[in-house]
Ligand binder design. Structure first.
Ligand SMILES: [Zn+2]
Length: 273
């Protein structure tokens, strides 16, 4: 008898955000062990979903697919899925819906109730090379392919200018999401966001409640960005660095001390642009 629940964690552990699936799978494994639920849940980790995974759905009562998505709203989406074909999907060979569809066709019955947990993972990360190419067909703007970690700039701007625009635009998008997420957690209205480019300051908060974040934080890992966001949001409550301030930060970012050190480390290796 196979365990009633199957969890597919999809992703490549050595490819930046794609590691979210396998990472979560590792944590889940520990948790199941602690709770004594190992025989209830089978964890399957793979780079991508393939036809073969249809076999893993046999005899299950429930299936969960974990993945990292490039355009997923932060921090994650969770939804039920049904068999479907023709879904555009570039990350992996088969989207979960297509696996269900193959199951339906080959088994001749409905697949078990299935859900997708898609963790938002669209971000640049220090240490991961990003291929930058000039796309001569592209008239304006840019395209970020976070799966292949490549950035396609247009040929009508100076490369430095185009790159700066692309990075700042991605920064605005990501920081805006993180700020909204943590503001809600803290129970305050979403503060106005401004990008700054000071060489020595990562964030600031003015007395009107506006928050400025240095666009160069885009080069840093998400937990470090989140720490800076939590820090500035903390100043909405405490305009100082008192123990009271740090306790506010800790409610949003319990590991703030570690992140603060990481920020200092990463700051030493920020590209010059
Ligand atoms: Zn501060």
């Amino acid at each position: 008898m196979s365990p009633p629940v199957v969890v597919f964690a999809v992703g490549n552990p050595s490819r930046g955000d794609d590691a979210i699936g396998p990472e979560l799978c590792g944590r889940l494994e520990k948790w199941l062990k602690n709770e004594g639920l190992e025989d209830q849940v089978e964890l399957i980790e793979d780079f991508q979903l393939q036809i073969e995974h249809v076999l893993d759905l046999q005899g299950r009562q429930l299936a969960l697919f974990i993945d990292a998505g490039e355009n997923t709203p932060a921090p994650y989406t969770f939804k039920q899925i049904t068999p479907a074909t023709g879904i555009a999907h570039t990350t992996h060979e088969l989207p979960p819906q297509a696996v269900l569809q193959v199951y339906l066709q080959t088994e001749g019955c409905e697949p078990p109730p299935s859900f997708v947990l898609c963790v938002s993972g669209d971000k640049f990360e220090l240490g991961e090379p990003l291929t930058v190419t000039i796309d001569t067909q592209r008239q304006r703007g840019y395209h970020l392919d976070s799966v292949n970690r490549s950035l396609h700039l247009n040929a009508h701007q100076l490369p430095e200018v185009a790159l700066l625009h692309a990075l700042q635009s991605e920064a605005r998008k990501l920081f805006g999401q993180r700020l909204a997420y943590y503001a809600e957690m803290m129970g305050v209205p979403n503060p106005p966001l401004r990008l700054s480019s000071a060489r020595t300051r990562w964030g600031s908060c003015n007395h009107r409640g506006g928050i400025a974040l240095n666009w160069r934080l885009i080069y840093m890992p998400l937990p470090v960005i989140d720490y800076v966001v939590a820090h500035e949001l903390g100043h909405l409550k405490e305009m100082n660095h008192s123990p009271r301030f740090w306790s506010v930060v800790a409610t949003l970012c319990p590991e703030w001390q570690v992140r603060r050190q990481e920020l200092k480390q990463h700051a030493l290796h920020i590209p010059v642009l």
